[in-house]
Design a binder for this molecule. Structure first.
Ligand code: FRU
Length: 518
């Protein structure tokens, strides 16, 4: 299709489908030299509905090519619109444990949502509104998928949770090498529980344990991930991270979606949280992966090297996702982020940094770099742009209160502000700009804070600016803020604003190429 990807607000280096609605990333897997990204997709509309799995492939998670639908709600064993394909994950069944297909297949697990009463081809009858876990396999490297005839593989939640049949979803699969079995992690969203299952063939599953509630419980728990990571500095100190979406109950505003994580141990059967990561449910404390409004349903790749973890996340919020002012597509994914674990101030923290492959997008000369010994007030910069990486570091001088970088600005009163508040030791993104198109939702305008300690007095911020988003990485990546922005005007200016004195400022602005014009 003739698609130039230059519509107003079209992200230039974030994945978007050419048209229509998208939400969660699904089935992220690296296989045979290709990164697959499937995603919740409505093939016929720009709001949620007809949930199918869209598909894109990439050699590097930066440049993507859209593929035919992988799983379509218009073509299901249960009949047209008898089944929606909700979120899930994928693995490579290297030893052919499933005996599905003629050769070792890719196997996806997903939630089958049946809107109406149906009788499946295997004569099982299902009540309308049920969520079950199902599998499908691919023998052509992830291009086309065949649903297993014995689906669903989990028709109901286990006893005593059978009454949760309407809320039982988002299976996350991985191979547990030590035990030589598959693990599936599924959410009971309303109960804030994660169920853990075992299988040796991906078809028969045994419920072995559960975890939760813990940490934030102000909304449903969805899209769980469970993965191992070594603690930085000691490759033998392996921790396990449970990461899940919560909606609402996220940190950005009342009613926001969010993503939290809990660090602990997993012995193949039980996940047990570490005391420093295990806040009382509802206590108001939680570990947030990202503090912004637009970071939800995060999913990590299967099939990467040992302990390599890369996440891609839906860059929107259920509070307003259906009304954001973009057309003919709706929603984007974040850049891929590398995840690691590090002890900071005595606490084990999940660290997110932009994937190093993003370096590929810096194909031109450096736009601008400067150093200031001291600054107060307003400095407008002789550089502009709307798809940029900006790195900035600085320290507090006399009476330092706040320091910010304005982007998409024509002056001090417009544009998005990205900066640091010395008085509360928090970084922030402020998108309450009067020049933004915010009419689509009362929840859009706001300022979002993420805690950030200085490192030897230095504040380090890294910003990825695209045509309709800002991703802010603070310090080592222990705090991030992701926010969509919708600047209505054509201003592309950059400025610095120092409230009090800020010293030792280093600034670097680099242009990023568009992924649509390779
Ligand atoms: C999360 C979610 C999942 C579900 C999917 C449906 O955003 O609600 O729990 O599987 O979206 O599209």
């Amino acid at each position: 299709s003739a698609q130039n990807y230059t519509e107003r607000y079209r992200p230039q280096f974030h994945w978007t489908p050419a048209k229509n609605w998208m939400n969660d990333p699904n089935g992220l897997i690296y296989h045979n030299g290709q990164y697959h990204m499937y995603y919740q997709y409505n093939p016929t509309g720009d709001v949620w509905g007809n949930m199918s799995w869209g598909h894109a492939v990439s050699q590097d998670m930066i440049y993507w090519e859209e593929q035919p639908l992988a799983l379509s709600a218009f073509n299901t064993p249960a009949g047209v619109l008898g089944e929606f394909f909700f979120s899930g994950s994928a693995v490579y069944d290297e030893f052919h444990s499933s005996h599905l297909g003629d050769s070792p297949p890719l196997v996806a697990a997903y939630t089958s949502y049946y809107p109406n009463n149906v009788t499946l081809p295997n004569n099982q009858t299902i009540r309308g509104g049920t969520q079950c876990q199902s599998i499908a396999y691919s023998n052509d490297d992830g291009l086309s998928w065949i649903e297993y005839e014995g689906n669903p593989v989990l028709a109901l939640p286990p006893s005593p949770y059978e009454d949760q049949w309407k809320d039982f979803r988002d299976p996350y699969l991985f191979w547990y090498g030590k035990g030589a079995y598959w693990v599936m992690v599924v959410s009971l969203p309303q109960l804030h529980k994660i169920l853990i299952y075992h299988s040796t063939d991906l078809k028969q599953w045994e419920h072995v344990s559960e975890f939760g509630p813990s940490n934030a419980v102000g909304g449903v728990w969805e899209c769980p991930n469970l993965f191992p990571l070594p603690l930085k500095g000691n490759i033998h100190d392996i921790k396990w991270v449970l990461m899940a979406g919560i909606n609402p109950g996220g940190p950005a505003f009342s009613g926001a979606s969010g993503t939290q994580y809990i660090v602990g141990n997993f012995d193949g059967t039980f996940f047990k949280a570490d005391p420093d990561s295990d806040y009382d449910p509802g206590s108001g404390n939680a570990n947030w992966v990202d503090y912004g409004p637009d970071y939800y349903a995060s999913l990590t790749y299967n099939g990467l090297a040992n302990y390599e973890r890369v996440a891609i996340t839906w860059m929107s919020d259920w509070a307003y996702g259906a009304t954001i002012p973009t057309s003919p597509w709706r929603s984007a994914m974040t850049v891929p982020r590398e995840l690691t674990l590090e002890k900071i101030e005595g606490q084990t923290r999940l660290i997110s940094i932009p994937h190093s492959n993003l370096q590929k997008l810096k194909n031109g000369p450096l736009l601008y770099a400067n150093h200031w010994d001291s600054a107060t007030g307003n400095i407008s910069l002789p550089v502009s742009g709307k798809q940029l990486e900006v790195s900035i570091s600085f320290r507090a001088g006399k009476n330092a209160k706040r320091f910010s970088l304005g982007v998409r600005t024509g002056g001090k009163t417009s544009g998005t502000l990205i900066g640091y508040d010395f008085t509360t030791q928090r970084m922030f993104v402020d998108r309450s700009s009067t020049t933004d198109d915010s009419s689509f939702s009362d929840d859009y305008k706001g300022i979002y804070y993420g805690p950030l300690q200085t490192q030897d007095g230095v504040v380090k911020l890294r910003v990825f600016l695209d045509w309709s988003s800002v991703e802010l990485f603070g310090g080592r990546g222990e705090s991030t803020i992701t926010a969509q922005i919708f600047p209505s005007g054509s201003d592309t200016g950059l400025s610095l604003f120092a409230n009090g004195e800020v010293i030792d400022i280093n600034l670097k602005v680099e242009a990023l190429a568009s992924i649509w014009t390779r």
